[in-house]
Design a protein around this ligand. Sequence first.
Ligand code: SF4
Ligand code: FE
Length: 482
Amino acid sequence: MTMMTAEQYENSLRNLNLVVYLFGKQLKNVVEHPMIRPSMHAVAKTYEMAHRPEHADIMTATSHITGKKINRFTHIHQSVDDLVKKSKMGRLLGRETGCCFQRCVGMDALNALSIVTYNMDQKNGSDYHQRFLTYLEYVQENDLTCDGAMTDPKGDRSLPPHKQPDPDLYLHVVEENGDGIVVRGAKAHQTGAVNSHEIIVMPTMSMRKEDQDYAVSFALPADAHGILYIMGRQSCDTRKLEQGKLDQGNILFGGHEALVVFDDVFVPWDRVFMFKDYEFAGELVEKFAAYHRQSYACKVGVGDVLIGASQTAAEYNNVAKVSHIKDKIIEMNHLNETLYCGCIACASEGSQEPSGTYSVNTLLANIHKQNVTRFPYEISRMAQDVAGGLMVTMPSEMDLTAPETGKWLEKYFAANCEVPTLNRMRILRLIENLTLGTAAVGYLTESMHGAGSPQAQRIMISRLVDMMEKTKAARKLCGIEE
Ligand code: SF4
Ligand code: FE
């Protein structure tokens, strides 16, 4: 079964024995929980779309290990064309779901490990790469969703891992024996954690020798003994527990994050891809970050939805032809397509690593992500401007359906007489969801902090631009000789 259907994916999750807590209680049925289910549907979309012939070119690839057709989310990029298709896949799925579809973190972790395990072996004569390829084949053959786990809680930010008063604030090795290792710690903000079959752990930053116990990378089944998940909240999340759907805005899909705790978890050696190789921790972080910054192509697709919603709201108010509204829609498109330029450019300028994997242009991936920390906020500001205040003052669906109040909402929220009031309320709720509600986690805060906060990209930009070349060019043109 190299490509699961959406239904097979959902059923495969039922077979997992995840320990998940929400609102202080352990969940009995994770897959059916109304606050988690929309996020499961978003990942399921990555399976469903891969079976659609019209999207096969974008959504599927040929495995470089087995030669079989696989879901692109389990693929190791073999060309610049693969990288470009990855960016296009992100936009496509962002537009289809209007939220975070979660599966990119695993893809990015696999690709980063394919590069770094090879480099480690070349330098140290280890055998990580073959281990990794065996694992990769397992992931591809079973079409698994992997959660890429990088971000440690980090405790006191001024102290390195080994100096933390509580040593578990960075995930670390606490025991090693002939069978494997035991790890303890946590990973925070884990996108799609409880919709994943596997969890791939990587170090969170560059490490020195004193921190070598923290330089560890491995993969585990998501339900391995000792792993537990504590679900994160999202603003307006309990609307998913209400009877009606209207107030959710996006009535089909959502995302989620969780704190993942590793309470002395055993990892067999064949699933360890980095063990105290501190001098390679930084390289793994950098490769993963560059790929994941490219993955923020997803926000272009979500931007498509928000622009479409804003245009619809304008039409429903009968103001779509007003010049300043038209200009705002143009500006939203300008910003959104500028983001698209970035994720296509870093892919197009990609190159081959010694392992054979194609990597994005790191500078351009960082430029792209830096834009992503800004433009969705500006697009959201304009969407709220176009939508008007009703987006946040509108009564609930229950008021719309109650006989005493429904008639008043119908009467006073009518605008363009050709449009049912219900539809006007729906589109405003979608804009609310994307800019203030559950999906704003993905479209705004995740745009800010996901794949590294803005300052992380600025550090990379300062390291990667060739300032010497620029100053030389300027000095030459005005006759300065040195
Ligand atoms: Fe993928 Fe975007 Fe979600 Fe990150 S935020 S996992 S890139 S959809
Ligand atoms: Fe993310």
